[in-house]
Design a protein around this ligand. Sequence first.
Ligand SMILES: Cc1cc2nc3c(=O)[nH]c(=O)nc-3n(C[C@H](O)[C@H](O)[C@H](O)COP(=O)(O)O)c2cc1C
Length: 348
Amino acid sequence: MDQVEDLSGRREAFAGLFHGGRPVLSLAPMQDITDLPFWRLMARRGGADLYFTEYFRVTPDYRPEKSILRSITENPTGRPAVAQMIGNDMEAMARVARELERHDVAAIDLNLGCPAPVVYRKCAGGGLLRDLPRIDALLARLREAIGGAFTVKTRVGFESAGEFDALLEVFSRHSLDLLTVHGRTVAEKYGPKVHHDRIAQAVRRLGCPVQANGSIVSARSAREVLESTGAAGLMIGRGAIRNPWVFSQIRDDLAGRVAVLPTGREVLAYVNELYGEVCQPEFPERMQVQKMKKYMNFLGEGMEDAAGFLHEIRRCDTRVDFFAVCTRHLDHDRPLALEPMETRLAGE
Ligand SMILES: Cc1cc2nc3c(=O)[nH]c(=O)nc-3n(C[C@H](O)[C@H](O)[C@H](O)COP(=O)(O)O)c2cc1C
């Protein structure tokens, strides 16, 4: 039996987040994106209520990476941080969970959704969704080891959303403190369909709060997802890279206020700040621009001329060229919804 520290106060505080009278808004974990500097940038624009770290990829002799741990020990957001783990070695995961709980974490989260073949082929992340007995045993072991809040982030199945019934049965057995449902199967990767009916099913079936995730990109889509699922929280990933104001916009909209859209120039200022925060000056300029392109792949989808912007930005190698393209597309005062084309068309 583990020497589980009494962290029941933390568990209660976590539950309290979901009794604040409005849905909890979380920044999704995104590997190589949602690091400490990125959290800081989000927090400056209103920010999320809850921040999930990139995953700690646990193997038998794993020690948590300092770079990810920093998000927790130097959390700049003023809001609680959840530490996410991915892996399948029960004892290693129990050990790392306890180690992470020595820090100021609001909860430990288990990733059951990663669709990358290098991960799922090793039966971790989304790969575990094909092995219910293994998930059952892992959840039991982690629930026993974790003294504070224990949360799971899942997809709705591996091949088919029909698998979700049995998955919920397993989740319901382990006193989870939150289930985040990315409403796609692993096979669907990031495809257009999000199974909101399955998120609603989780809300009805489980005693714990359920957070909805998948292509929430605006105050309008947030309202629609809340209405169709009854979720207690929303998790936003790519939509927050594209539009870091999205959390404030959702809060305003839910409170009956007008959600203010940023102007082109405000978006340009965000890109400038992003460069300053996430690009380390000691790295070659070409690498810095490469790093920015990763963010621009998402941000570009929300531009007025998305195809033109992305075409030009992908050809940049220098900082000067990069900002020349950004300035050409963003140096204006028109408000930008920063939604990708699919949702712009759907909303018309
Ligand atoms: C670049 C990238 C990295 C991601 N890394 C993680 C991760 O480390 N852990 C995780 O649970 N999900 C990860 N995801 C999935 C997101 O957390 C989220 O579930 C998914 O993007 C759907 O939400 P969205 O439509 O709001 O982006 C990642 C997604 C992207 C695009």
